[in-house]
Design a protein around this ligand. Structure first.
Ligand code: FES
Ligand code: MG
Length: 572
C-alpha cells in the first residue's frame, strides 16, 4: 500500500533504529514480511480473571487475529488495566480514568495504526474507548457478549436485578439463606457479562448505536459461536478502516451521541451511561451536556422489555432480532444516515431487520412505557443537575412527592442505622445519602439504590425516594435520584441537608428543591466543613484532586480532550 502509516516510523526505519524496533518482536517468531509496512493492529484486551465478565477474551483475540491476518494486517495484542465490577473495592469506577490513561498512552506510544477494543464488564468498554478517543486512530469495538440467562428452579433470573430482589426477600424473611446461596451458581452459568440491561449491556448497545462496532455486536450471547465470527469480521474490517483512515472522530459526533441517548432510552439502559457518554464526548471534543439526555431521551418510549425495567434478558433480545430492530423502530427519532465502523450507514446496516418477538422488542406504536429516558432534575438541591430513570421507578406516585429528609452522612452511617427500629422513617420519608460522589467517597460507588429500612420492607413497602450524589448499578431499580451535582463533599447544598428538611421532587417539572429558606441555607453553608477523608498520596489522591463532577462525566479535568497520535521523538 502506498499510504504512510504511523507504524512505518518504527518498522520501515533503516539502520540502528530499524534494527532496534524490529529485533525484539522477532523473538515471538514473527517473520520478516510482517514488517513490510502493512497495517499494524493493536488488540486492546481487557481480559482478566479478576474481571469474570471478561475472562473469555483471550480466545476472542485469537479470532480477531485471524481476521486481521486474512485482510493483510499484522496484529499485536496488548492488555490494559481491567476493572471487574464484582470484586474491586471500593468501586471499579474509581479506576475507570486510570485505565483510560493506560489505554491512551499504550496506544500512542506504540507502532499501531488501528485498534480493536475488546470490552465487556461495565467500566472496561468506556475506559478503553475514552483512552482510544484521546489518540483518535481507526478503532472498532468488539463486545464480550452477555451470559446466558440465569436459571433458578424453573425460572429465569437476571444478573444483579435478582440479587437485589432476593436479598430484600431474605431481609423480609420470605427466602432462606440456603436458597439464596443456591441461586448464586444458577445466576452466572456461562462466560459473559451481566445479561440484564445493566451497564455492560447498555455499553455494548451504545457502541453499536454510536457506530463503533459491526452491526449486531450488542446482542450475541458470549458463548454463541456467532460472536467468534463477529470477532473475525471485526479483524478484517479494522484493516480496511486503517486503509480508509476512518477514525473515531469520524464516527463519534454530536449526532451519533444523540442517537446513543435516544437508543439508551428505548432499551431502558443504565444511568451509568450518562457518565461514560459525557466522558467519551469530552475526549472527542464534542459539546455534550447533561441536559441533552433529557432533551433528546426523556420523551422516547421504552421498547425493550428487559430487566430491570421489564422482564426478559439479553438472550431473548438477541433472538428477537437485537439492536438493528430497535434502530429500525426508532427511525423517526435517530439519524440513520450516519456512517458506522462497517463503512456503511446505519440505514444500510439494518436493512432487512425484522422483529421476531414483539413481546421482547415492542413496536413504536405500542411501547411498554411512553416516556422512558433519563430525566434531569434541577433546583437548589442540585444546581448542576441530578438524574432519575423513570422506567425503573416502581411506585409511580413518587414521581411527584414532597417529604421529610432522613439524612445519612455517608454509606457507613446508612449501614449502621437503616434497620434500626428506632429510626424515624416511613414510606413518605426521603432517604438522603451524602458523600458517595466522585470526590467524597472517592470514586462514586453504586450505592444510590439504598436498601429500604427492614421495618418498612416487612410492612410491604417496595419503593421510596432515595437521593444521593452516587451512582446505582444499571441492574437496579426504584425511585432513585442519582449523580447530584455539586456533590456533598464540595460544599454544595446537598452537603447541608438536615434531618427533617422538606424536599420536593417533581419529575414532571424537572424540580429538585430543598424547602429551606435562603437565609438558613447561607448560614449552614458558612458553617459547613468537610468531614470525609482527604487522601494525600497515590492514585486516589490524584483522583480526588482532578475528578470532575458527575454532570461533566467524572473524567479528570486534565484528561478532557485529545493529544492526537503523533510522537516525534525516539528514546534511544
Ligand atoms: Fe461485569 Fe455486570 S458484573 S457486567
Ligand atoms: Mg453493573
Amino acid at each position: 500500500m502506498g499510504k504512510k502509516l504511523r507504524s512505518h516510523d518504527w518498522f520501515l526505519r533503516s539502520g540502528k533504529m530499524g534494527f532496534m524496533y524490529r529485533t525484539w518482536l522477532r523473538n515471538q517468531g514473527i517473520p520478516d514480511h510482517e514488517f513490510d509496512g502493512r497495517p499494524v493492529i493493536g488488540i486492546c484486551n481487557t481480559w482478566s480473571e479478576l474481571t469474570p465478565c471478561n475472562a473469555h477474551f483471550r480466545e476472542f483475540a485469537e479470532y480477531i487475529k485471524r481476521g486481521v491476518y486474512e485482510a493483510g494486517g499484522f496484529p499485536l495484542e496488548f492488555p490494559i488495566m481491567s476493572m471487574g465490577e464484582p470484586l474491586m473495592k471500593p468501586t471499579a469506577m474509581l479506576f475507570r480514568n486510570l485505565a483510560s490513561m493506560d489505554a491512551e498512552e499504550t496506544i500512542r506510544a506504540n507502532p499501531l495504526d488501528g485498534i480493536v477494543i475488546i470490552g465487556g464488564c461495565d467500566k472496561t468498554t468506556p475506559s478503553a474507548l475514552m483512552g482510544a478517543a484521546s489518540v483518535d486512530l481507526p478503532t472498532i469495538v468488539v463486545s464480550g457478549g452477555a451470559m446466558l440467562n440465569g436459571k433458578f428452579r424453573g425460572k429465569d433470573i437476571g444478573s444483579g436485578t435478582d440479587i437485589w430482589k432476593f436479598s430484600e426477600e431474605v431481609r423480609a424473611g420470605r427466602m432462606s439463606e440456603d436458597d439464596f446461596r443456591e441461586a448464586e451458581g444458577c445466576m452466572s452459568r456461562s462466560c459473559g457479562h451481566c445479561m440484564t440491561m445493566g451497564t455492560a449491556s447498555s455499553m455494548a448497545i451504545l457502541v453499536e448505536a454510536l457506530g463503533m462496532s459491526l452491526s449486531g455486536n450488542a446482542a450475541i450471547p458470549a458463548p454463541d459461536s456467532r460472536r467468534k465470527v463477529l470477532c473475525h469480521e471485526s479483524g478484517i474490517r479494522i484493516v480496511e478502516m486503517v486503509k480508509e483512515d476512518q477514525k473515531i472522530s469520524d464516527i463519534i459526533t454530536k449526532e451519533s451521541m444523540i442517537n446513543a441517548i435516544v437508543v439508551n432510552a428505548a432499551v431502558g439502559g443504565s444511568t451509568n451511561i450518562i457518565l461514560h457518554l459525557l466522558a467519551i464526548a469530552g475526549r472527542v471534543g464534542i459539546d455534550l451536556k447533561l441536559d441533552d439526555f433529557d432533551k433528546y431521551g426523556s420523551h422516547i418510549p421504552l421498547l425493550v422489555n428487559m430487566m430491570p425495567s421489564g422482564k426478559f434478558l439479553m438472550e431473548e433480545f438477541y433472538y428477537a432480532g437485537g439492536l438493528p430492530v430497535v434502530l429500525n423502530e426508532l427511525k423517526d427519532h435517530i439519524n440513520l444516515d450516519l456512517i458506522t465502523a462497517t463503512g456503511k450507514t446505519h440505514r444500510e446496516n439494518i436493512s432487512g431487520a425484522e422483529c421476531y418477538n414483539q413481546e421482547v422488542i415492542a413496536p413504536m406504536d405500542n411501547p411498554l412505557i411512553n416516556n422512558a429516558g433519563i430525566v434531569v432534575l434541577k433546583g437548589n438541591l442540585a444546581e448542576n443537575g441530578a438524574v432519575i430513570k423513570p422506567s425503573a421507578v416502581i411506585d409511580q406516585r413518587l414521581l411527584q412527592h414532597t417529604g421529610p429528609a432522613v439524612v445519612f452522612e455517608n454509606i457507613e452511617d446508612l449501614h449502621n442505622r437503616i434497620d434500626d427500629l428506632d429510626l424515624e422513617i416511613d414510606e413518605n420519608s426521603i432517604i438522603v445519602l451524602k458523600n458517595v460522589g466522585p470526590k467524597g467517597f472517592p470514586g462514586m460507588p453504586e450505592v444510590g439504590n439504598t436498601p429500604l429500612p427492614k421495618k418498612l420492607l416487612e410492612k410491604g413497602i417496595t419503593d421510596m425516594i432515595r437521593i444521593s450524589d452516587g451512582r446505582m448499578s444499571g441492574t437496579a431499580y426504584g425511585s432513585v435520584i442519582l449523580h447530584v451535582s455539586p456533590e456533598a463533599a464540595v460544599g454544595g447544598t446537598f452537603g447541608i441537608v438536615k434531618e427533617g428538611d422538606m424536599i420536593e421532587v417533581d419529575v414532571k417539572n424537572r424540580k429538585l428543591e430543598l424547602l429551606v429558606s435562603e437565609e438558613e441555607l447561607k448560614e449552614r453553608k458558612a458553617n459547613w466543613k468537610l468531614k470525609e477523608k482527604v487522601y494525600t498520596r497515590g492514585y486516589v489522591s490524584i483522583y480526588q484532586e482532578h475528578v470532575n463532577q458527575a454532570h461533566l462525566g467524572a473524567d479528570f479535568d486534565k484528561l478532557v480532550g485529545n493529544s492526537g497520535k503523533e510522537v516525534s521523538r525516539d528514546g534511544f
